[in-house]
Design a protein around this ligand. Sequence first.
Ligand SMILES: Cc1cc2nc3c(=O)[nH]c(=O)nc-3n(C[C@H](O)[C@H](O)[C@H](O)COP(=O)(O)OP(=O)(O)OC[C@H]3O[C@@H](n4cnc5c(N)ncnc54)[C@H](O)[C@@H]3O)c2cc1C
Length: 483
Amino acid sequence: MNSVGPSLVWFRNDLRVSDNPALSAAIDRGGPVAGLYVLELGGDGGRPLGLAALWKLHGALEALREALDKINVPLILKRGVSAKILPEVAGQIEAEACFWNRRYEPSAIAADKRVMEILKASKIDVRSWNGSLMVEPWQVKTKSGGWFKVFTPFCKAARAAGVDLSPIGVPSVALERRDFPGLGEVLEDWRLIPKSPDWAGGLRANWGHGEEAARSRLSDFLSDGFRGYSEGRNFPAKSNVSGISPYLRFGEISARQTRHAALIAADRANGYLDSDFEVFERELYWRDFSYNLLFHADELPTSNFQAKFDNFPWRSDPSDFDAWSKGNTGYPIVDAGMRQLWETGWMHNRVRMIVASFLTKHLMIDWRQGESWFWDTLIDADAASNPSNWQWVAGSGADAAPYFRIFNPISQGEKFDGSAEYVRRWVPEIATLPNKIIHAPWVASATQLEEAGIQLGNTYPKPIVDHSAARTRALSAYQSIRS
Ligand SMILES: Cc1cc2nc3c(=O)[nH]c(=O)nc-3n(C[C@H](O)[C@H](O)[C@H](O)COP(=O)(O)OP(=O)(O)OC[C@H]3O[C@@H](n4cnc5c(N)ncnc54)[C@H](O)[C@@H]3O)c2cc1C
């Protein structure tokens, strides 16, 4: 009888065991299986990760190693260029097959193609699967065979595409275990966790790692926050959003698993949750739409999708940018969002839109600066969703919000944080102001300020721009590029 030789599974944004088609296929082949994660340096496999994402990666890899261990699959860690490392490791473990789940960033696709060619030249069986998206960019086409630049028809076509969205389960245990001592590197040596200073306390307090943590976050949401999601998702103080994005980022849970769990919850509710499910699923398709854009417009993270914005008179103002990034603009809802981001590595979607609009319109600072800040500080920093949403808010993107739609940070606060619970949580220095004025502290009377213990410009900043004047300035700048 011929014995089956080793398989290598290259993990990337799919750091989980269940619903992992590449891993399942490797185990089903029979023979020993080894996992490999490569910390790709120099942007070889895509955009180098920001600091908060690196923190998340450390935890996700630890959890993956433990989960793989239980099914007899060792995890090998390496740093460097994938086109060099994959052939090396494949040779060292005498792999006959190398499997992975696909990526969609153009530079990562190029890296994967290089690796595939090299391995195939060594007669290794190389195959790839979709482990990340509900629909891959080439599965959804316009009637004329092109790609979608507008979300609503994309979503409609994705829903109609007939793609099987059921997740696959946990793979069986690899029948034969083979370890490769001395082959990989030690995770701790990568120093992904900050030590001095240790700035990750707020991240640790808010997020766990691995499949179990992801499932538990999702099931908490489905039992306590899903009902009313379609409306409640707009209110940052409510627990009506899932908080699953950090786990989706490195694939500690898949989009298919997330959707499937929501579908089961909706089915059990006899119609009560149908509209919540519909909206939740649509949001997951926004993620696919972002990947669709990145796949087809590879310069999305760096170039305006609409070329007319190349002439936009962005302002360079380090002091305004500093006030924005530190949450010191004097606009409470903006400051609350930026402080939530800094402390927890995450921000509520409604507030992401408000702060992005404030930076690009009130301050007229280039969306790329804000996008980079998010990239470094978000633990869900996503190669597709981050630039596509920044461009959407800035007005330069595909299917973007029109530039003249400028979020008013005062009325947005009043409308979506009417009881000011969110602002009070993140901007405690103004917490005792009454609801009526807390979103615009500068309108408070001298007595109100004194009673609240606030000295504007001292204990809390005065607004760094006047809303109406900033709005007029932004609109007139937009006029200059309209034609
Ligand atoms: C300026 C800006 C930057 C953003 N950067 C990122 C980013 O780097 N990474 C990221 O995952 N999301 C990003 N988003 C989208 C969105 O804010 C987050 O996905 C969402 O807040 C995550 O929280 P949640 O998991 O509780 O969302 P839920 O409301 O529970 O939604 C479930 C999932 O749907 C997907 N989703 C929801 N809204 C969007 C959206 N607008 N675009 C794409 N996918 C969406 C996410 O995968 C999310 O986890 C950004 C939005 C803006 C306005």
